[in-house]
Design a protein around this ligand. Sequence first.
Ligand SMILES: *[C@@H]1O[C@H](CO)[C@@H](O)[C@H](O)[C@H]1NC(C)=O
Ligand SMILES: *[C@@H]1O[C@H](CO)[C@@H](O)[C@H](O)[C@H]1NC(C)=O
Ligand SMILES: *[C@@H]1O[C@H](CO)[C@@H](O)[C@H](O)[C@H]1NC(C)=O
Ligand SMILES: *[C@@H]1O[C@H](CO)[C@@H](O)[C@H](O)[C@H]1NC(C)=O
Ligand SMILES: CC(=O)N[C@H]1CO[C@H](CO)[C@@H](O)[C@@H]1O
Length: 469
Amino acid sequence: MKFFLISFIFAFLFFSIYSQVIHVTQTAKNTDDRLTPKPDIYFQDKKINENEIIIDQNQIYQTIYGFGGAFTEACAVNWIKLNSTLRHQILYEYFHNLHYRVGRVHINSCDFCESSYSFDNIPNDYELKNFSLRNGHDLYTVIPLIKQALEIVDDEFRLFGSPWSPPFWMKQNQNMNTSTTPGLINSPQIHQSWALYFSKWISAYEEQGIPIWGITIQNEPANDALWESCCYTVDEEADFLANYLGPQLKKDHPDVKIMMYDYNKDHVYDWAQGILGNRPDASKYVDGVAFHWYSGSEFGNVEKIHDEFPGYFLLATEACVCPYTFAYDWATGESYAFDILGDLNSWAVGWVDWNLCLDTHGGPNHLNNFCGSPIMIDPDTHQIIYQPAFYYMGQISKFVLPGSRRIYSYVLNQNIDIVSSAFISPTGDIVLVVLNQSYEEQSFDIVFNQRYANVTLPENSIATFVFEN
Ligand SMILES: *[C@@H]1O[C@H](CO)[C@@H](O)[C@H](O)[C@H]1NC(C)=O
Ligand SMILES: *[C@@H]1O[C@H](CO)[C@@H](O)[C@H](O)[C@H]1NC(C)=O
Ligand SMILES: *[C@@H]1O[C@H](CO)[C@@H](O)[C@H](O)[C@H]1NC(C)=O
Ligand SMILES: *[C@@H]1O[C@H](CO)[C@@H](O)[C@H](O)[C@H]1NC(C)=O
Ligand SMILES: CC(=O)N[C@H]1CO[C@H](CO)[C@@H](O)[C@@H]1O
């Protein structure tokens, strides 16, 4: 009896002390902090600062799928030139340390390729008899890159494909570059053939040992770009999905998720309304809505989709800064975190960056559309440069693991305008991410179960706090 009482008291003391600990990881501009563990801080019973971030773990929102980037040919050709140590280092950083668990790959070429290609270049081969990965580049570029990345991942990985353009012979302009409206030749045979192409592409990747989790119907369907593109109106995308792509994938690959739209947030709600609200024949095939960041943050448009159509997941599928001009660009890192936290607070389930790596010119890109990426590689010296965006991604992706659920967090005060988002991890820990882009340090209390932790964030910093529930 005595023994039980003593161990009970010890357990209680241990628990109450241990439960006060908050582990802190920080990245801050004018310091050496780059995903750096900082001294633990503690909850106490008395309020310290006027400003507060209030957390309520009993108000639970969406489940997180994860974070990641795109396996582009541009990344692959830079990566393949490195020696095996450096090749492993890049993938280990992303897929082990940063815990990337979502990836994107282009179906056929995109602008971040050395040249244009498709897997069936034979005009009017409607049954795709000549479809083969051997007709494109992937076997020598993105496929080895993806395979080696997947060797590091020991749990679920969500890889999705997005076409920029069908083969030239399916398009009105007979060219993968640029697009008329509509981009596809307006014939049932062509639409059927393009739907079959998705199915064959998924099968071909799976034969390579690369499972495909999802697809988007078309990258940037309203962007008549100089490079590979193919325009659709909302109803054209709905028609293609309802009559061709949806039935084809339901038959051949029923588990592959279908995401609509895949373009900027300025019109994401209009498209969601147009298909999920107006086209039941198409919406029955939709699993999620994909969107890009280039038109601005526009978080309200994302949240409105959740409010009206809560049955569909919301996924941020592309972001980067172009043209690439800055050698070491802190502001891009801050923009990444601002957009990620805003999207997550608006019900997104994840956030996927564009190129995982590029050379220090921001390429290669066959139309000289050079952009930045979190890892850049000097083609001459093979030096690997980690941009601030790498650390800002990590402050979120390393801690907000797949299966985490967002919980209530609220910044209470008029004086500061920090951005935060909170989660409960699959192991039950609370994870709080706080971003401040200001040039002055910011102080606040983290408030949890009526207890308070005193925090001061340096200027231009992001911090992640982890503590037991
Ligand atoms: C790989 O390349 C880097 C940079 O050129 C070099 O420092 C390193 O020694 C090389 N490692 C091996 C095992 O060759
Ligand atoms: C058809 O595909 C095969 C296998 O990839 C390829 O060798 C051949 O060149 C293709 N035929 C044409 C006319 O492109
Ligand atoms: C697309 O445009 C680029 C740049 O003008 C050119 O190099 C490429 O061959 C074009 N692709 C096709 C399929 O015409
Ligand atoms: C709160 O944190 C700041 C900065 O670390 C420190 O200067 C201050 O003494 C702390 N206040 C209390 C009451 O712990
Ligand atoms: C006081 C201040 O400048 N706060 C900034 C902190 O960072 C957020 C975004 O991370 C900005 O919106 C605030 O203006």
